[in-house]
Design a protein around this ligand. Structure first.
Ligand SMILES: [Zn+2]
Length: 54
């Protein structure tokens, strides 16, 4: 269980969660990137639309 960086709500990570995985906050529907799993750290996933820069 960790905290959503967007709404401070509690987000439960699946046991199978891995770093760089995307989870969705049930409270605010934000896409969150799993930065680390031990301890669990979430960050707001960047909302890019296939724009990888140049
Ligand atoms: Zn949230």
């Amino acid at each position: 269980m960790t905290v959503c960086p967007e709404c401070q709500g509690q987000v439960s990570l699946p046991d199978t969660a891995m770093a760089a995985e995307i989870v969705v906050c049930e409270d605010c529907s934000s896409e969150l990137e799993v930065v680390a799993v031990d301890p669990p750290v979430l960050a707001l996933a960047p909302e890019v639309e296939e724009d990888w820069g140049e």
